[in-house]
Design a protein around this ligand. Structure first.
Ligand SMILES: Cc1ncc(COP(=O)(O)O)c(C=O)c1O
Length: 402
């Protein structure tokens, strides 16, 4: 990585033939500070969203000391990068060997589960010479609705509230601390996602009659993309705090969250080159098998900008993209709004790709990572720059002026 830059500078000076990842550590630092200071509990970082060691260190510096890991590779990565970090293994279906190594080698004490099988596995894998561990925090994952969210996480994991009581009671027996966790789905567009889910937590606690020490509201906190401009994150925090205060949990119960997207979406964007134009379709050098997986597979729209020394004054037009592989599926419908005169040889910046962008890149067809550069300018959108310090609130998210 090199000195601070901006997207136009990279395109103009380097004329890169490979896509360039542009990272903005200051944006991730700002997001980390916001969560660390304003969320009314402990904020973890969900490493899967972007496992870059550089990013992990930035988030740590911003006050994020706890990391949600979902695989043994993520456990090893965070332990090697941030030796002092607290790790929580929040995948509800883990290989036995991963639980064993996480507990015995890496000091992981927090695990999630959504059924009796996983509970038995965790108890066995964390025992020593047949003696059960006495220092476990076990979080039972409740199935909640994803109806407020752009990406559902409602089907694969979680025990329904009607079946949760026996699991909660058994976990209570095995745990030093008992938690309930859930995930409202990614990019939750309304704080009601959390209050609705916390109403289910209440019902589960009442039905099981157990003492709960941790309530983990998971990820789902939104960022800003074209056509998706949620209310400010402070509103989410206020709604969560009020609902948490109302729960029948122990007096010393802790509130946790596990944001991925909200902590790193603003961290990275991508500089791509237009290799060909066919009508309103641009052939670019990154795509569905690269950092644009979500653009291809769930029609996610990302902000795009034409990088020209002399700005174009052509009117905006909606474009689709083809990526560089030979696959028809390497297609991003968009529309991505760009000046109508964009042509082959132009460079584009595609923004807000720090979450689930670079993390999903493959080497299919030989198209791999290009260079990474550090940018000192602002991301295309920000959930964090519009602050009113006197009232300590963040008002509706909006576009950043660059
Ligand atoms: C268990 C868990 N926690 C947190 C996250 C992060 O979610 P988000 O990026 O929507 O904040 C995920 C994402 O899949 C997850 O599965």
């Amino acid at each position: 990585m090199h000195k601070p830059y901006n997207a136009l500078g990279v395109a103009r000076d380097a004329r890169p033939s490979q896509p360039v990842t542009l990272v903005r550590p200051h944006a991730a630092l700002r997001a980390a500070r916001f969560f660390a200071q304003k969320f009314p509990g402990t904020s973890m970082y969900a490493v899967k969203a972007n496992p870059s060691p550089d990013l992990l260190r930035v988030l740590w510096d911003g006050g994020i000391k706890t990391y949600d890991v979902a695989s043994i590779a993520e456990v090893r990565l965070v332990r090697a990068t941030l030796p002092e970090a607290t790790l929580c293994f929040m995948h509800p279906v883990k290989p036995f060997e991963s639980v064993f190594e996480a507990y015995h080698t890496h000091g992981v004490r927090v695990f999630s589960l959504d059924g009796m099988d996983e509970l038995e596995k965790i108890v066995e894998a964390t025992s020593t010479d047949g003696v059960a561990a006495t220092d476990l925090t076990l979080c039972v994952r409740l199935r909640v609705s994803s109806s407020h969210s752009k990406l559902s996480l409602a089907s694969k994991f979680g025990v329904g509230v009607e079946d949760a009581a026996p699991v909660l009671m058994a976990a209570r027996q095995a745990a030093d601390a008992l938690g309930i966790c859930f995930h409202v789905g990614s990019q939750a567009m309304s704080p009601a996602a959390y209050s609705d889910a916390l109403a289910l937590v209440r019902a589960a606690i009442v039905a099981a009659g157990v003492t709960v020490d941790v309530v983990d509201v998971g990820g789902g906190f939104p960022s800003i993309y074209p056509g998706m401009e949620p209310t400010g994150l402070q509103r989410y925090f206020d709604v969560i705090h009020a609902a948490f205060e109302d729960l029948p949990v122990s007096y010393s119960a802790e509130l946790w969250c596990e944001p991925g997207r909200a902590l790193c979406a603003e961290y990275a964007s991508l500089i791509v080159r237009v290799e060909k134009r066919r009508g309103d379709t641009l052939f670019i050098n990154d795509g569905a098998y690269g950092a644009l997986f979500d653009a291809a597979h769930v029609d996610w729209r990302f902000p795009a900008e034409l990088l020209r020394e002399v700005p174009s004054h052509a009117k905006p037009l909606g474009f689709s993209f083809y990526g560089p592989t030979c696959d028809d599926m390497d297609f991003m419908r968009g529309p991505f709004m760009l000046p109508a005169d964009v042509q082959a040889g132009d460079y584009l910046e595609i923004g807000m790709l720090g979450a689930y962008g670079c993390a999903m890149r493959t080497a299919f067809n030989g198209f791999t990572n290009g260079d990474t550069q550090v940018a000192g300018d602002e991301p295309m959108e920000s959930a964090y720059v519009v602050t009113e310090p006197s009232r300590e609130v963040v008002t509706p998210m909006r576009r950043v002026k660059r």
